[in-house]
Design a protein around this ligand. Structure first.
Ligand code: ASP
Length: 341
């Protein structure tokens, strides 16, 4: 049997950073030195090639243009490689994994995002395990076909569905969590794949890469005491086409008339408003409480149990694809890549 071909795509992040001797701050450095720092990689049972952003970035500088670059690298190399590992800063990794899951329609090969909390040169680094196991996950094959056929995120012994993750910790090695969907795999003495949770996709459909993301979107987090002036200003922003409204609990918000009226008018003017809970676990259920039934009746879209990261990426994607007004709510509330239950 032929060894799988894996493409490592290096975008930047702590994994490949070094400490500036003068200032003590971490900054990106060139990718070749990463490979020389982990000679074990050469022992893996696969062929590895690498490609790097010309200027590696801290993922706080990530944007839809870079997402399109990653998607295009995958598109160009799709036939030649059996799996892809994207090295990415952890700060915005959940946004990028979500965005790529939408951009890569009919994906039938693994695209595994990973990174680390400590640079690869650090004695206590978590980079080695994350990188090596991500490559192994991307190399898994059964009957000549890849086992994982979706965008995953691997960090600290767990493989998650990428668009279900959230960065939850800036200190612990266990930096990510998937509150509303089980792990796709765990790495212990053995690699344990939870097959029943993997996305089932037909490998015969052709990969379609969709990179038109519309950034006329926003996220508004509610809090007790939020002012009418603030909400009014945001909703009246001319450029705004879609808004993620982060509500309380199961999708609840104040029932004050001014609030409901402002949302109602914005929706009738054509703004898409999506209800996503501030709670990391559980689902929006409009109509369960009186404090959400008005939102339902004025046409607010339910984000169900989607993460904010996946919701904003899905919103950019659907607006970019110019989904009609009539269909927008139904399409948003439908799972496209396993991002909601
Ligand atoms: N600031 C870094 C980044 O997101 C953090 C990391 O890589 O973990 O690029």
């Amino acid at each position: 049997m032929q060894k799988p071909n894996i493409l490592l795509i290096y975008t930047g992040g702590t994994i490949g950073m070094i400490k500036d001797a003068d200032t003590g701050t971490l900054r990106a450095f060139d990718f070749d030195s990463i490979l020389t720092r982990i000679p074990e990689i050469r022992l893996l049972d696969c062929n590895i090639e690498t490609i790097s952003f010309d200027e590696p970035i801290d993922s706080s500088n990530m944007n839809p243009k870079y997402w399109a670059d990653i998607a295009q690298i995958i598109e160009v190399n799709y036939q030649t490689f059996d799996g892809f590992v994207v090295l990415h800063g952890s700060d915005t990794m959940s946004y990028s994994a979500s965005a790529l899951s939408f951009m890569l329609e009919n994906l039938a090969k693994p695209v595994i995002f990973t990174g680390s909390q400590l640079p690869i040169g650090d004695l206590r680094t978590d980079a080695k395990e994350n990188l090596i196991t991500s490559i192994q996950m991307a190399s898994l094959q059964k009957d000549g076909l890849p086992v994982i056929r979706e965008v995953g995120l691997y960090f600290e012994y767990k493989l998650y569905r990428g668009n279900r993750t959230t960065k939850i910790n800036a200190e612990h090695f266990e930096a990510f969590e998937s509150f509303n969907y089980p792990n796709l795999a765990e790495s212990g003495v053995h690699l344990n794949i939870n097959k029943e949770y993997l996305l089932r996709v037909k490998s015969t459909d052709q990969l379609i890469v969709r990179t038109k993301m519309n950034t006329n979107v926003g996220i508004l987090k509610l809090f007790p005491g939020i002012s009418k002036a603030l909400i009014e200003t945001i909703l009246n922003c001319k450029a705004l086409e879609g808004l993620i409204l982060e509500t309380y609990g199961a999708g609840n918000a104040t029932t004050e008339d001014w609030f409901v009226e402002l949302l109602k008018n914005a929706i009738s003017r054509g703004l898409h408003i999506i209800n996503v809970s501030q709670c990391a676990g559980g689902s929006v259920n409009m109509g369960q409480y009186e404090t959400s039934s008005k939102l339902k009746s004025i046409g607010v879209i339910s984000g169900k149990d989607i993460t904010t990261e996946a919701a904003i990426a899905k919103l950019m994607y659907l607006l970019g694809e110019k989904i009609s007004h009539k269909e927008f709510k139904t399409v948003f509330e439908t799972s496209l890549r396993g991002e909601l239950t």
